[in-house]
Design a protein around this ligand. Structure first.
Ligand code: ADP
Length: 564
């Protein structure tokens, strides 16, 4: 798609320079443009900042008629339109909360003199709910003036994705009504199953797929155990590695954002917080201060980040567990847009998993701006979506618990990409470790842990189960007479970290399940470990072996003796 000469090639190159001020095309831009202008349905996976907008704005300029762009956020649309108008390209938008008279004016322009607009942006709910819009699109189509349909942030179509938005699912109607009009679906994040889902839901036919590597070689990844003094650890990390540089600290709750920002200020950083309960003026004030380097560090929920193009973000720190690998990858992606070395550090504790799991089940987590305009409170607890969110969260836990495999490989595999860990070149914590790793069979230990959970009536937390397994004689253990259990102390030869890694692996494998029970008025959550009777069968019947890799220098040497 890149080398062939098309009838539009000269005009394309000229406009890229003259109108958009670009000297060349970025990877895949020319290919995508040629494919969509040849009339094909196209699905594009391009990292954030890769230049997706040009792939439809340039064709819109060259082709006769109107390009319809479906984009999820009015603020993003307004930003795009401002840039287009600056470049002298006529564009308009329609959203559900616009005055009816304003909408009427745009509809009038579309039916009388459609050449007035090259691009028409709409929010997805507008397509789902407005018959008037569909009628106008039909009229444009009848006059051969509907040039192309663009679906931005297309991963929102899929329930498997981390930003599912129900209104996006209704967009399949566009292909049904306008089967001959090429559709261009764009996203910066999609696993293979999300991509399949999107292609199917939109009804794309013989779709051409462009995907770019999601590897960001200049980002250095690490996962660090989260202590009670996490913010002090963050302060130390920033002072030692990125003093006075610019970064984002992602926090789970609004209250966390405020607390973390306050503590970082006390430590001498120019920090501020940013979250969904602040009013828009406050948020834009903070964002501007950050862009102008008057503030170095923003402590934010995932509400912060969309449409932010600051090139010199030197670090992205996760104070809590992200909700999915896709979300994590996208949040990290805000670092190092200028290509210079930047750090992505995640502070992980298993107890955060319980907390996030509970928040997800309550629909209480703050959403990315893509979905926050939509009320997800009910969705948070509804069947399949809850299941997907919980699964996505468990994958994230698995990523954090894995202290062996290349972080880059783990992320890229998730996106269906092949990656040779040799190419990581020690830019992640796991590749940096020089320890030799030995694979151990931990099947018998796994069975003992399952038995222990059962013998304690499936009424205790994972932390307590580990205590009993490693032979604790704490008051709590004695109170429940758990020192009398035959399996008490069976795992005393293991390090706490080793035993917990095995137990957490059983949770990741869905053999054991954390049942998050209740949250007190202070927001704390308790969780009981249960046995998944369906999944445990293959372990207990002897079919399933469980193997994990451990550093050869630790107590797991004894583990092998024990296993024999
Ligand atoms: P995405 O939507 O993929 O995140 P954008 O379309 O917003 O990315 O583009 C990111 C930035 O890259 C914008 O500032 C845009 O002007 C710039 N850009 C896009 N294509 C090119 C190009 N071919 N040459 C130089 N800059 C480009």
């Amino acid at each position: 798609w890149s080398s062939r000469n098309f009838s539009w090639t000269k005009e394309l190159e000229a406009n890229n320079k003259k109108v958009f001020g670009n000297h060349s095309f970025r990877p895949n831009q020319r290919e995508v443009i040629n494919a969509t202008m040849s009339g094909y349905d196209v699905f594009v996976l391009m990292p954030t900042g890769g230049g997706k907008s040009l792939t439809y704005q340039l064709p819109a300029l060259i082709c006769p008629g109107v390009t319809l762009v479906i984009s999820p956020l009015v603020s993003l649309i307004q930003d795009q339109i401002m840039h287009l108008i600056q470049a002298n390209i006529s564009a308009a938008y329609l959203s559900a909360n616009m005055e009816w008279s304003e909408q009427q004016e745009i509809f009038r322009d579309l039916s009388s003199d459609c050449s007035k607009y090259k691009l028409l942006y709409v929010t997805p709910e507008k397509v789902a709910k407005s018959d008037v819009l569909l009628r106008h699109l039909e009229s444009l189509n009848a006059r051969h003036l509907l040039a192309r349909i663009v679906i931005d942030e297309a991963h929102c179509v899929s329930q498997w994705g981390h930003d599912f938005r129900p209104d996006y699912q209704g967009l399949g109607i566009l292909k049904q009504k306008f089967p001959k009009i090429p559709v261009l679906a764009l996203t910066a994040t999609a696993t293979a199953s999300v991509k399949e889902d999107v292609v199917q839901a939109l009804g794309l036919i013989n779709c051409i797929i462009f995907r770019q590597s999601f590897n960001r070689p200049n980002l250095w990844y690490s996962v660090i155990p989260k202590t009670k003094k996490c913010v002090d650890d963050i302060d130390k990390f920033i002072k030692e590695n990125h003093f006075d540089e610019c970064g984002i600290v992602y926090c789970l709750s609004r209250m966390d954002c405020e607390k973390v920002a306050e503590r970082l200020q006390e430590c001498g950083h120019k920090a501020a917080f940013y979250h969904g309960s602040m009013d828009p003026a406050q948020r834009s004030f903070i964002q501007k201060q950050w862009s102008k380097d008057e503030i170095n560090i923003i402590c934010a929920t995932v509400a912060f980040g969309m449409g932010i193009n600051k090139p010199d973000v030197r670090f992205v720190i996760h104070h809590s567990l992200p909700k999915s690998i896709e979300g994590y990858h996208q949040e990290c992606g805000r670092a190092g847009r200028d290509g210079l070395r930047s750090s992505c550090v995640l502070y992980y504790s298993y107890s955060d998993y319980i907390r996030v799991k509970h928040m997800i089940s309550q629909g209480a987590t703050e959403q990315s701006p893509l979905v926050s305009g939509y009320n997800r409170t009910n969705l948070g607890s509804s069947g399949r979506i809850l299941e997907t969110n919980t699964e996505n969260l468990l994958r994230m836990v698995s990523y954090c618990e894995n202290d062996v495999d290349c972080r880059r490989l783990l992320q890229l595999v998730h996106f269906g990409e092949k990656f040779d860990p040799g190419n990581c070149k020690k830019t992640c914590d796991n590749c940096l470790k020089s320890t030799n790793l030995i694979e151990k069979d931990v099947t018998d230990i796994s069975k003992q842990l399952v038995d222990l959970v059962r013998s304690m009536g499936q009424q205790f937390s994972s932390a307590h189960i580990l205590e009993v397994y490693r032979g604790s004689l704490s008051q709590f253990v004695k109170k429940h007479r758990h020192e009398k259990l035959s399996l008490h102390g069976t795992g005393k030869h293991l390090l706490k970290s080793e035993a917990s890694r095995i137990l957490h692996h059983l949770v990741i494998e869905d053999i054991l399940v954390e049942e998050v029970r209740k949250s007190d008025i202070y927001g704390s959550v308790s969780s009981l470990l249960k046995v998944n009777e369906t999944k445990v069968r293959s372990l207990l019947n002897g079919g399933q072996r469980i193997k994990l890799r451990f550093p050869s220098s630790t107590k797991t040497n004894k583990l092998s003796k024990f296993e024999m």
